[in-house]
Every structure is written in C-alpha cells, then in structure tokens.
Design a binder for this molecule. Structure first.
Ligand code: COI
Length: 349
C-alpha cells in the first residue's frame, strides 16, 4: 500500500508552531491522514492538510453512530520520536469496528497511518515531561442511506494534537448511581463514540457539584465498579494494587495493561477482580484504601483525592500517593526514553 503525500500538506506544516500552553486535544496538527473503503477494498492512504470533512447529511455515521476511534501517543523519546504500543491500538480498533459491523482497518494500514502522522509531525511533538503528540484515529460509515443496515462505504482518518496530559492534579470522582454507560454484550468493551455520548449527562451533572469524572458501576448489578468515562480505575489497599477485572463492559486500556505489567515486575501485589463500590467506600473511610487513581492514554496516571456518593464525601489519605507516583514515573521514564524499554513497547518512527 502506498501513501500519497499531498504537497499542500507539506506546505501547511511549514511555519506551523505549537503554542506554549497546549491543554489537551485543542491544538490540532495541520495535517491529517485519510483512507477510503468502498466495494470491499481499501484505497491507498493520503496525507492531507487538516480541514473540515464533506459528509452527506444522510451518512450512516450521523444517524446511527457507526463510528469507532482510538487514542495513542508519540513521545519525544531521547533523540527519537516513538509511538507507544501502537499495535495494541490497531487490534482494539479492529475489535471495535467488528462490533459495529464495520470492516476493520488492516493492521498494516493503521500502522502506516499513525507512523506517517507521527513522522511528518515530528517537530510538533512537545518536549516537556508528560506532554506528547496525541494521535486520534477514527473510522466511520459514510454511505448516505437511512436504513438501519451497515454502511457499504467507510472513511478512516487520523488526526493529531500536541497535548498535555488530560488531567493535571488530583481528580474528584462522583459515583454514578443513576445512569449506566455501556453494557456487557453491548459496546462496553469497544471504543465507540456512543459510549462517550452516554457519559455526557452524568459529567454535566457532576461538574455542577464540583466533581471531575463519573465513576461508572456495572450496569448489570449496579454495585461493582467498571471504569471512568475515558480511564480505567485502580485502588491501593495495604500496598496491593486492585483494579476491576475485564468483564465485557470495561475498555481494555493499553495504559491499564502497561501499569499492571510494571507493577508486577516491581514486586507489587496485583489483583484484577470484581470491586464492590460500598466495600471500597468503607475501606477509603477506614484508611485501608490509601490511594485511588485512574489511568488512560490521555490521562497517563491521575490521582484521585475524593470520592462523592450522594451527600457523602470520602477523602483519600494520599493523593498523589506513592504507588501512583512510582508507576507514573516508571511509565513515563520508558515513554520519554530515560529508562530501558525492556518490554519493546516503544516504536521509533
Ligand atoms: C484516551 O485516553 O485515549 C481516551 O480515549 C480518553 C479520551 C476520550 C479523552
């Protein structure tokens, strides 16, 4: 498969400078990657100037949400630019695509796309620790047709954003007891826009109360912990690390998996299990649960300082706590090239 680099894309990169204050996902790189799928075949990829998309108003994605996405990062890793575990994102995107009856983006096309974006945007990868080029691949059904059937035409894009971590500082979590986000057998373990849309009302409600993120419970039993809206959940009890086991309604986070690997290798006891919310709150109140943190590609590792449940508030003893801090540093040391990459996680572009 060849990739066409449009001269306009090169021109748009010339003279583009990243601002000093980045935030997360608001500064966009001036190029994007596109490949199209039609009649059972993928086109070659193209690097284009970043810009609005032309979509037919009857495109399936706009009505039936036939779309999935990924998030991964390119880091300034010593003297190189390197992607962190991109093959995991390729595999997860294929899983999400299959769930929504879309043709999976072939791994080779996915890798070519993210490598092309990272290579052409190498100068836009910020250099401060915790900053990176956040890369957002997405796939959508574009066939104009209002019948509820799978699209026959698709577009795959990759955009990128020089970014800081999604959350800086401590987070306050709100235990969401009313709404559910995604179910087992539904799209809970797929990275699809609908899951995020379903979380927005909860986020709006909790912001009014001064919280940052919803803590979602399992929709089946409504008392075991699933995850946050865009992050996985961890707690530290008596020095051991606990996280909800993958159960079909939790997204299999690449950062989650990486932290579990690092923790095991550092001799930290790890438990992947069902975690009851009432037990957890009691353990926070008694001080047995000393740390809670969330993790994700965008968020890295974000300590939690407080859990809110109705009128009750539960403050964490340590935020940031030593375990979150140690794992965050170990992960960033590999991603930013200060520690040996024993796992082969970094891929130079
Ligand atoms: C990521 O960490 O890549 C995510 O998808 C979270 C994002 C929705 C902010």
């Amino acid at each position: 498969m060849s990739i066409k680099i449009q001269p306009e894309a090169i021109a748009s990169l010339r003279g583009f400078e990243i601002p000093e204050r980045l935030g997360f996902g608001t500064v966009m790189a001036p190029v994007m990657f596109r490949a199209r799928y039609q009649d059972g075949r993928w086109s070659d990829g193209e690097l284009l100037p970043y810009g609005p998309l032309a979509l037919d108003p009857a495109a399936k994605v706009l009505h039936y949400a036939q779309t999935c996405f990924e998030g991964l990062k390119a880091y300034r890793c010593g003297a190189d630019v390197a992607l962190f575990r991109p093959e995991r994102n390729a595999a997860r995107m294929a899983h999400s695509a299959r769930r929504l009856c879309m043709p999976p983006v072939p791994e080779a096309l996915f890798m070519d796309a993210v490598r092309t974006i990272a290579a052409y945007c190498a100068n836009l990868v910020p250099g401060n620790s915790g900053e990176s080029l956040y890369i957002r691949p997405f796939l959508m059904g574009t066939q104009p047709d209002l019948s509820v059937t799978a699209s026959r035409a698709y577009e795959f894009y990759v955009i990128a954003s020089p970014s800081e971590a999604y959350h800086s500082g401590n987070m306050r979590l709100w235990v969401e007891r009313e709404d559910s986000r995604a179910a087992v057998g539904g799209t809970g373990d797929s990275k699809v826009g609908g899951n995020y849309a379903a979380s927005l009302l909860s986020i709006a409600r909790l912001k009014e109360r001064g919280y940052d993120q919803s803590l979602w419970l399992s929709p089946g039993n409504r008392h075991t912990i699933d995850e946050l809206s865009g992050m996985n959940f961890f707690a530290v009890m008596d020095g051991a690390l606990h996280t909800p086991a993958l159960n079909g309604s939790i997204l299999e986070g690449v950062t989650r998996d990486s932290l579990l690997t690092l923790a095991r290798d550092q001799g930290i006891e790890v438990h992947e299990r069902e975690m009851d919310i009432d037990d957890l709150l009691a353990l926070v109140a008694s001080g047995t649960c000393s740390e809670v943190f969330a993790c994700g590609t965008a968020a890295i590792v974000s300590p939690v300082s407080e859990l809110g449940d109705g009128e009750s508030r539960y403050k964490l003893k340590q935020a940031p706590g030593p375990v979150a801090d140690q794992l965050r540093r170990a992960l960033l040391d590999i991603q930013e090239g200060r520690a040996e990459d024993r796992y082969g996680w970094m891929q130079k572009v």
